[in-house]
Design a protein around this ligand. Structure first.
Ligand code: PGA
Length: 241
């Protein structure tokens, strides 16, 4: 695990975007694993800017997002599909047919998850997987547990995640209680993993991820075992390291 210290959110976003941009330049038809949340927004903005300048071409790239709320259709403004469209895909020259998010509208969890696993497997798994980290150490919606998860599965969100995500909803009651998420084993199959983190509210999770025991109680801690994992974090997020 390599840790890249950055001064602030802007610096973190720029350095993370540089790494993703390098991946796209080196392999124009690469597979990117993408994440939602507020942390990657600056990274997406920076990539969109470089895309407009002609420096980063997404026309052959395909993407697979980590997760989606169960029960929300693709065009629901609270869905992660919609989030990706508005915050990234509509701002770059990607072919929307090459972008993928688990199908939250399929109420058959087993079928929706198996279908997504099949798609990610057929794509050959991400060349680069971008990850945020939850305050409780979750990656995707893989919450602290007794075991590390394998493939895509349906999860009950923890109260801490519901509260953290409620800022994006009008009322906390509106936050869906379940989600479909790629499993930890699938995430670990990416050839490179890039974690972005900023702010003091992530400091404990970043410390546990980088230096704590490898345990499903902190799902991100398994990234210590990945052979090519880079953490790009600001000084606040690294303040306990
Ligand atoms: P955030 O979420 O970027 O909105 O803080 C990260 C996560 O929960 O994975």
């Amino acid at each position: 695990m390599r840790i890249i210290h950055t001064t602030d959110y802007k610096d973190m976003s720029r350095k993370a975007a540089n790494i993703i941009s390098a991946q796209v330049i080196l392999k124009p038809d690469c597979v990117l694993g993408l994440a939602t949340g507020t942390t990657p927004l600056g990274t997406y903005d920076q990539l969109a800017e470089w895309n407009h300048k002609g420096d980063c071409d997404f026309s052959q790239v395909s993407t697979y997002n980590l997760d989606e709320y169960r029960g929300l259709s693709h065009d629901d403004p609270q869905s992660y599909h919609y989030f990706m469209l508005k915050n990234f895909f509509e701002k770059i020259n990607i072919n929307l047919e090459n972008t993928h998010v688990p199908n939250g509208a399929n109420p058959d969890a087993a079928a929706a998850c198996a279908e997504y696993d099949r798609m990610v497997d057929e794509a050959g798994y991400p060349d680069l997987q971008l990850l945020g980290i939850g305050r409780n150490g979750h990656i995707g919606f893989n919450e602290p547990d007794d075991v590390f998860s394998k493939g895509t599965h349906c999860v009950d969100l923890t109260q801490s995640t519901i509260e953290a995500n409620s800022r994006l909803f009008e009322r906390e009651e509106d936050v869906p209680r379940q989600a479909y998420t790629m499993g930890v084993q699938t995430i670990m199959r990416a050839r490179m993993i890039l974690v972005v983190a900023n702010g003091t509210n992530k400091a404990q999770a970043v410390r546990d991820m980088c230096f704590g025991p490898v345990t499903p109680a902190c799902p991100a801690s398994i990234l210590q075992l990945h052979t090519n994992c880079v953490v790009v974090a600001d000084s606040d997020a690294l303040s306990l390291c």
